[in-house]
Design a protein around this ligand. Structure first.
Ligand code: 4AD
Ligand code: MG
Length: 461
């Protein structure tokens, strides 16, 4: 019967216990009489040191000369090693090579390979320490997010991926069609004849699950989505992907401050959970990817986030305009360089920027009494910039209709959304957390393509 390596680390067995383990040889060292294999079965970041004695193993030479990442089954005895770095090792009685990995063909080398080079091997890079740690943190962080919302009474709502509406109104959508693009059916006036398409109307991949989340929140009070979203924005940055995952909580009877309190509590919860549950991975990132990472995250988990209005933030930024590639004035959409200045230089911690000009924000945001700004807030964090975007929603039917008309939106595909205001409408607010940016923040990894197992970005898969 096979023992998983992680269970050995959880409950150290008694000296001399006989166990069978299976795994991949991540490192092999050998001399004439004795050899060492660092064995990983993927269940934890730690490897198990397997000791091979030439005198004991008939196939000693074959095993120590097998390629790295060959898969092995080892039967042996646990030897406690209180003096050594690892608390125990496995002295092998027999080793079976399950699958050979020929070193002359295998593309992963023992020497350090660049992130760029590893990106060309998306199916193999999860085997490397950096990516193995990153994708496990991804899994644990996803679990932490579910745990946070479930423990706080939120219902997990699944929003559709195929949709006719454009939530962010930015026109950055991927069209989904069954029409033959080489021979598109046309109406007499030259427009596309969508009656020949599968849904008989234009349909896109969703850019956000928010609008449907609002509908669900009007039934459950508190909901969250957690799913893939798609944006056809040609932003050639290290923080934009065409396919990314978003968490979108939506809360009835909640205003802008309620959203910010929830977002802050969630962020701290996820940081705490990952620090507590991925100590080996986080120690690895702290040592090899981003020195000081753990200390900084600990600080964030225990500090109060900053809050500043857009108008006040612009005043601060304006005084420093010569430092920026794009100088700011009231009314402009602040860019990553400004976001990072605010959070890294001014606040030195996460900060919410609130009450943006309505012109640079989405149609559904609640208009403030000043007639110029909306009750929106972005949460900015050091090293990344915008991690979360959210707002209180406009619950006034007439104001929302007027705003949609001003922006020239086609109200016919939003009547169900408008009706939410008519049928027991209530103050509500919500936000969107970019999951990949959260993983970048947690790991110190600089490029979004290195926190997505199989990234889809504008510049090629
Ligand atoms: O600010 P955004 O566009 O907000 C919305 O979509 C709202 N509907 C959310 C809501 O209120 N329910 O996107 C939210 C977050 C951003 O803060 C960012 O972290 C992430 O999603 N994001 C992206 N992440 C990766 N690649 C992209 N192309 C992204 N675009 C946005
Ligand atoms: Mg945003």
């Amino acid at each position: 019967e096979r023992t998983e390596i992680v269970s050995l680390y959880k409950n150290t067995p008694a000296d001399g216990t006989v166990v069978t383990v299976c795994g991949w040889a991540k490192n092999i060292r050998d001399s004439k009489n004795i050899g060492f294999i660092a064995l990983s079965d993927g269940g934890c970041f730690k490897t198990l040191q397997v000791v091979l004695e030439a005198g004991k193993l008939a196939n000693y030479d074959e095993v120590v000369h097998t390629g790295l990442y060959s898969s092995l089954r080892v039967v042996g005895r646990i030897v406690l090693t209180p003096q050594a770095k690892q608390p125990f090792e496995l002295n092998a009685d027999s080793v079976e090579i399950l699958g050979d990995c020929p070193a002359d063909e295998y593309p992963l080398q023992k020497k350090k390979m660049s992130m760029e080079y590893l990106r060309t091997m998306p199916t193999l890079r999860p085997r490397t320490n950096t990516f193995n740690a990153a994708f496990r943190v991804r899994s644990v962080a996803a679990y932490a997010i579910h745990k946070f919302f479930q423990e706080n009474g939120f219902v997990y709502a699944h929003s559709p991926l195929l949709t006719a509406s454009d939530c962010e109104g930015a026109g950055e959508m991927f069209r989904v069609t069954t029409l033959d693009l080489d021979n598109v059916p046309k109406n007499e006036d030259g427009t596309v004849d969508y009656t020949k398409d599968f849904f008989e109307k234009p349909v896109n991949l969703t850019v956000s699950g928010q609008l449907e989340a609002e509908a669900m929140a009007m039934a459950f009070g508190k909901v969250y989505t957690f799913g893939p979203t798609f944006r056809a924005e040609k932003s050639f940055t290290t923080r934009h992907a065409a396919e990314f995952w978003m968490i979108e909580p939506e809360m009835a009877f909640c205003d802008l401050n309620g959203y910010m309190d929830t977002a802050e509590a969630m962020t701290k919860y996820v940081i705490r959970y990952v620090l507590d549950n991925c100590p080996d991975e986080m120690a690895f990132f702290n040592q090899f990817i981003d020195k000081g990472l753990i200390e900084r995250l600990e600080l964030v988990a225990n500090s109060e986030f900053g809050r500043i209005s857009y108008t006040d933030a612009i005043e601060i930024l304006k005084k420093n305009n010569k430092k920026f590639q794009f100088p700011v004035e009231w009314g402009v959409d602040i860019q990553t360089e400004h976001e990072r200045y605010l959070t890294e230089v001014v606040f030195k911690k996460p900060v919410f920027v609130t009450d943006y000009p309505k012109e640079i924000k989405s149609f559904y945001m609640k208009q403030n009494a000043d007639g110029k700004t909306v009750a929106a807030a972005d949460m900015l964090v050091p090293g990344i910039g915008e991690l979360i975007g959210g707002s209180q929603r406009e619950e006034d039917y007439d104001k929302l209709v007027t705003r949609m008309d001003e922006l020239g939106l086609d109200k016919s595909s939003y009547d169900w959304y408008l009706n939410l205001r008519k049928f027991g409408g209530v103050e509500h607010a919500g936000y969107g957390l970019g999951f990949e940016r959260m993983i970048m923040y947690l790991t110190g990894i600089q490029n979004i393509r290195d926190v997505l197992p199989f990234p889809r970005t504008a510049y090629g898969f």
